[in-house]
Design a protein around this ligand. Structure first.
Ligand SMILES: [Zn+2]
Length: 283
């Protein structure tokens, strides 16, 4: 898919399983299990889907997925493969080596979004993209290094500390523009200062919606994750972004949906819902 000077491609960066109740908050299982069937441990399947955004001069990766080199207990809890190299192999299929990536835009530093930012080599974690700058919101970083008791299980420091130690982290302050086609939309519901990535040329817009709409089934307003630190802010951000997305015909990109890569949205008497579904990015 082409937007402005950028070519966009989905990148498979792995998968995990999370508790279905936590993924859907107050919505009862009788409703969510229709779109997201649970396994015998009541977990639902998630993809970690990155977005590759490339022009002649830049190779940009949005989020880095679950990553690899997880221990046995972690793999058991989250249904993760210990050695998951899907991010690197998916990039390779697109002709991209780790050294080629110029920028990594991290929506936030939860382990399923920044896990692949590092690789385990010679007994320690090192930046996976040695020539890249990694961009994250400053206020989000401050929470990540000093999380609350509610969200500290989501921040695993060896998945982002090597970026600090190697001086590769660049801080963004609020809803800034990255360049004339890429800008950041900040949401404070899921965590402090999560940055959604908007790619637009003024006519065509794609929003990488991160954990504001992890699955296509999170479009209806009451579907809000129990992980969120400020669910009422998530609610008002969903309204703000959905009305804009309808007005300007945005394509929403889903990082975690097991099947649906992206969709447009619509509104009727019952509220917001999916309009057009894409199982691969449209041309
Ligand atoms: Zn998250």
């Amino acid at each position: 898919m082409q937007i402005g000077k950028y070519q966009l491609e989905e990148i498979n960066a792995g998968s995990l399983s999370l508790d279905g109740g936590a993924m859907f908050g107050v919505v009862p299982k009788t409703l969510w299990q229709r779109s997201n069937p649970a396994d015998e441990l009541n977990r639902v399947a998630l993809k970690t889907r990155s977005l590759l955004v490339r022009s002649e001069s830049k190779i940009i990766l949005v989020d880095t997925g679950i990553g690899n080199n997880w221990d046995e207990k972690f793999c058991r809890i989250y249904g993760v493969e210990e050695q998951n190299l899907e991010l690197i192999s998916s990039l390779k299929e697109n002709g991209i080596a780790r050294e080629d990536v110029t920028d990594v835009l991290l929506t936030h530093l939860h382990f399923d979004h920044t896990g692949g930012s590092v690789i385990f080599s010679n007994g320690k974690y090192e930046p996976a993209f040695p020539n890249a700058k990694y961009h994250v919101q400053k206020r989000h970083f401050e929470l990540a290094i000093n999380p609350t008791e509610k969200d500290k299980a989501s921040f695993i420091k060896d998945r982002f500390n090597p970026l600090i130690e190697n001086n590769m982290l660049k801080f963004i302050d609020g809803e800034a523009e990255f360049d004339d086609n890429i800008s950041f939309v900040v949401s404070n519901g899921h965590t402090n200062s999560m940055q959604l990535v908007k790619v637009s040329d003024g006519t065509k817009t794609l929003l990488y919606s991160a954990d504001l709409f992890p699955f296509a089934s999170h479009i209806p307003l009451p579907y809000i994750m129990a992980y969120d630190i400020n669910p009422l802010i998530t609610l008002s951000d969903k309204k703000r972004i959905l009305s804009k997305a309808i007005e300007e015909e945005w394509i929403l990109f889903f990082e975690h949906d097991p099947e649906i890569v992206a969709a447009t949205v619509s509104q009727n008497l019952h509220g917001y819902g999916i309009d057009k579904v894409f199982e691969v990015l449209p041309e």
